[in-house]
Design a protein around this ligand. Structure first.
Ligand code: PLP
Length: 397
């Protein structure tokens, strides 16, 4: 008797695995620069930390209601009223142990054996595996660099079958940094209403966008979709709070209730102290969010400048998040010493071993030919790492 059958169908998170490998090499004294991080390199703002210390000092150290403390739910409700002009009630909100758990709850609440889930490529690594864990079938909508990694409503319609239940969207996007076209999002919202489909809209990077293209929640674009859309959001990216493990979802009451049931059996409530930190994050001053975003923008511009000096690479200009998805396919099937780079995975292994830089292969996001470069690291690191990337690519002949 061995492991459950499902274990052969799901993959380890490649982004977490690569970060772990780079960290291990660093512990061994190797000068590795990781461009694989999915987290801001900034510290959580002080006002947020202080709120947590205060909660701890006054002994707020017990289980809370499974779906989160009323104060945090209220702060989330106010956020959606203020920023998206939509009204949610407390039973349409759930706070979870990270956006990842909110997403898992939502997928498990909605998807069962044979249900099809539409997912645009490239996609964030966990979508595919969470759908498979729920015994659903991921159905991918391909996009390409030429179209700016955007898809059309016809692309979506072509993939629909009688088994389609859910469309999973992520904008601003990980790994491309692309913000999806609002007109298409509106068409998808209309389609979901008309065909009784659900939408999960992962909007965790909404605060990290560079002002070149407007970012609005899908419920702000089409308020009627509120009855069909589960919005996933969290604190990890906007407030540099990855280790606190705090995220949330808003959506139709019956879906949130089901998510609550799952969470109650899996993790109970999210961390009590982190929840008070979350209240401060949403209701306190937002200037640190702007400062971090401005810094990410400077780094994005710097990375684009450096990439301009590397022959035969291309990308779509990222408008948000902190990633750039670089097309390195020109260098496939070239060799250096005993390395033959055949795909994005062998390219990332080659660059890690030979140049000591960690980047995530495009195949982890369902798109061959690319590497995801995270610029959530210092300018000095970026400068060194991009010089190494250039050197590694140019050695391949
Ligand atoms: C698109 C996307 N959604 C969700 C998450 C998970 O965030 P959290 O740390 O809140 O679980 C991530 C983290 O990398 C992400 O990139």
């Amino acid at each position: 008797m061995g492991l459950a059958l499902r274990m052969s169908k799901i993959q380890e998170s490649m982004t977490l695995a690569l970060s772990a490998k780079a960290k291990k090499m660093r512990r061994e004294g190797i000068d590795v620069i990781s461009l694989s991080a999915g987290e801001p390199d900034f510290s959580t703002p002080d006002n947020i930390k202080n709120k947590a210390i205060e909660a701890l000092s006054r002994g707020f150290t017990h289980y809370t209601t499974v779906s989160g403390i009323p104060e945090l739910k209220d702060a989330i409700i106010q956020k959606y009223k203020r920023e998206s002009n939509v009204d949610y009630s407390p039973n349409q909100v759930i706070v979870s142990t990270g956006a990842k758990q909110a997403l898992y709850n939502a997928i498990f609440a909605l998807i069962g054996p044979g249900d099809e889930v539409l997912i645009p490529i490239p996609y964030w690594v966990s979508y595919r595996d969470q759908v498979i864990m729920a015994e659903g079938i991921p159905v991918f909508i391909d996009t390409d660099e030429k179209s700016g990694f955007q898809f059309s409503i016809d692309d979506v319609k072509k993939s629909l079958t009688s088994k389609t239940k859910l469309i999973l969207l992520n904008t601003p996007n990980n790994p491309t940094g692309v913000i999806y076209n609002e007109d298409v999002l509106k068409e998808i919202a209309d389609l979901a209403i008309e065909r009784d489909l659900y939408i999960i809209s992962d909007e965790i990077y909404e605060k990290i966008s560079y002002g070149e293209i407007r970012v609005r929640s899908i419920v702000a674009i089409e308020p009627k979709v509120k009855e069909r859309a589960i919005i996933i959001n969290g604190f990890s990216k906007a407030y540099a709070m990855t280790g606190w493990r705090l995220g949330y979802a808003v959506g139709p009451e019956e879906v949130i209730k089901a998510m609550n049931k799952i969470q109650g059996q899996v993790t109970s409530c999210p961390n009590s102290i982190a929840q008070w930190a979350g209240v401060e994050a949403l209701t306190g001053p937002q200037d640190e969010v702007a400062r971090m975003r401005d810094e990410f923008k400077k780094r994005r511009d710097f990375v684009m400048e450096k990439l301009a000096g590397i022959p035969h690479v291309s990308y779509v200009r990222p408008q948000g998040a902190f990633y750039i998805f670089v097309n390195i396919s020109y260098y496939f099937n070239k060799v250096y010493k005993n390395y033959k780079v055949a795909d994005s995975l062998s390219m990332s292994e080659y660059l890690l071993n030979e140049e000591k830089i960690a980047l995530v292969p495009g195949s982890a996001f369902g798109k061959e030919g690319y590497l995801r470069l995270s610029y959530a690291t210092s300018k000095e690191n970026l400068e060194k790492a991009l010089d190494r990337l250039k050197s590694g690519l140019l050695k391949l002949t």
